[in-house]
Write a protein that binds this ligand. Sequence first.
Ligand SMILES: Nc1ncnc2c1ncn2[C@@H]1O[C@H](COP(=O)(O)OP(=O)(O)OP(=O)(O)O)[C@@H](O)[C@H]1O
Ligand SMILES: [Mg+2]
Length: 415
Amino acid sequence: MSRKRIFVGLDVGTTKTCAVIGQEYRGAQLHVLGVGTAPSYGLKGGQVVDVVLTVKAIDEAIHRAEKAARARSSHVVTGIAGGHLQSHSQRGEVRLPSGEREVRERHVGAVVRGATMLSLAEDREVVAVIPKTFATDHLTDVLDPRGLTARRLAVEAHVITGATNAMANLEHCVSQAGLSTQGRVLQPLASARACLMPEQRREGVVLIDIGGGTTDVALFVDDACWHIAVIPIGGALVTADIARGLRLPTKVAEAVKVEHGSVGWPVDEDDATVAVPGFDHGAPVAVRRRDLAEVITARVEELLHLVRDEITRSGYYDILPAGAVLTGGGSRLTGIKDLASTVLDMPVATGRPRALWGLGDNLRAPEFSTGVGLLLSAAAAEEADGWVTATSLRHRGVLDRLGGWMRSVVSPTVR
Ligand SMILES: Nc1ncnc2c1ncn2[C@@H]1O[C@H](COP(=O)(O)OP(=O)(O)OP(=O)(O)O)[C@@H](O)[C@H]1O
Ligand SMILES: [Mg+2]
């Protein structure tokens, strides 16, 4: 009888913390046993700003998930996100030692590691490396250089760095909640794992996870992640705009956005209003839905233009036949898909976590993409017998990891 291992994905988001507990079934299928959520009040823009409140949210979410799952594990996989993440285009180059002419895995490992040798401020570290293409003496755009004859091997890589303190703060909160961090995965990769289909990743697709504090962008081509970016704008800023623009308490602004908000408003429906509790002891104030839509649309349009700029910056704008997939709570805004399709000039779909045994329809919602993806990452890492880490790169076959889309990324880091 196979041992049943329990995995936990812990998504500590800006607006909610979500724990997803799963169990491997007969060493193959993953069952979701329980999901727990709790509101987050201790984060801003994806980063911990209040330890006590963050620990409380983690604690609540974990307990709720454990209660639903009737199972527990103190090892969790968390996500790396937040405006502190930065991407750098890096080039690495090695000369093959004299007497060696065939490119082998160790040379690939050396050149990829070389690309991560950027001079970083003291409080920053490399969290992921995405090798894009390799080149040898006379060849460019090589996807897998192993076996080629060369004297020189170069790589173009996308290197993601993060603030050490920001990541340590989250890890500290996790440990304060009595848990240990089994691994860390870039949030956009976790979301992508949960909601992209293999053919979308193969053909070329961009995943856009619109959360409360950040919007994560991850671009996939040839089944590999080629570009990642985090834009420090999310649904919370839309809510803040509504609160300021329409002079409403933030809680009311959030509720009115979710219930009545939309991106765009029909020209012929000018006078529709909703009554909502205002600042004066909750006395109702009338909000014109057109005004509400205008405030929302302005911010969402700005965000989508930033996403478009990011896709353009990646250099892969023209090779995304599968278009864009929107996920995260912010993707639930009415009308956002149409505007995204216009601004990005590509087909747009909504991404939800794929069907898993035990994951009810109510949990197959865009805001659970990261949590489910972290659970899947935890199980996959276990399958691969350990994390794909900057450290292990030294010891294990590099291109075995570069072959799979997820494995093309050296993440998470292990100190
Ligand atoms: N039905 C809805 N309509 C509009 N917006 C919604 C809806 N449901 C959720 N949202 C918005 O989605 C955002 C939360 O999304 P999500 O739960 O994915 O974020 P998070 O993971 O907590 O944050 P982050 O990933 O940025 O750290 C909030 O700003 C919320 O207002
Ligand atoms: Mg999120």
